[in-house]
Design a protein around this ligand. Structure first.
Ligand SMILES: [Fe+2]
Ligand SMILES: [Fe+2]
Length: 174
């Protein structure tokens, strides 16, 4: 018996990644709504543009693989935008703390997925590794912009990461 991924597992990977990139793009949209015309605006815009590229890739992959998106896409849109706005309202450091929290989880998530993909899915595997690198760049950006010194950093990180991990679990299934 082959240990290659079945269609169900592949669908689950594409669905959760599409959901995550939808939310990621919305988080940066929300942050830009508040911080666009500040010194950190172009940095956030750059991350937003990369999330949009990631999202475009998964939109294409969903169509190619005949995979339906998560049923909760509208929810992730609203939650992502809300998290972006809420973090940015607290200031630039809080926005960057949010980035650190989110990107750490997404980076780990892509690394784990890439690990289970074999040669049969080497294109997808290299896409996920490339995206993981982008997410880790975003994490680094958050650190460089002093996200870790945001007031309440540890608590905020814990709450945001718990939310991300829950959203991942849900989007893998529905
Ligand atoms: Fe991304
Ligand atoms: Fe990212």
């Amino acid at each position: 018996m082959s240990n290659s991924l079945n269609k169900e597992k592949l669908d689950s990977i594409l669905r959760v990644d599409h959901a995550g990139e939808t939310a990621a793009a919305k988080i940066y949209d929300g942050q830009l709504a508040i911080l666009k015309n500040t010194p950190v605006g172009p940095t956030i815009q750059h991350m937003k543009d990369q999330e949009q590229e990631h999202l475009d890739t998964f939109n294409k992959l969903l169509v190619e693989n005949d995979t339906r998106p998560t049923a909760l896409l509208p929810l992730w849109n609203v939650m992502g935008f809300g998290l972006g706005v809420a973090s940015a309202v607290l200031g630039e450091k809080a926005a960057m703390a949010c980035t650190i929290a989110v990107e750490e989880v997404i980076g780990e998530h892509y690394a784990k997925q890439a690990e289970i993909l074999d040669d049969e899915h080497k294109d997808l595997k290299s896409t996920l590794i490339k995206f993981r690198d982008d997410e880790l760049d975003h994490l680094e950006t958050g650190v460089e912009h002093d996200g870790k010194s945001a007031p309440g950093y540890q608590l905020m990180k814990a709450v945001v990461q718990m939310g991300c991990r829950t959203a991942i679990k849900i989007s893998e299934k529905i």
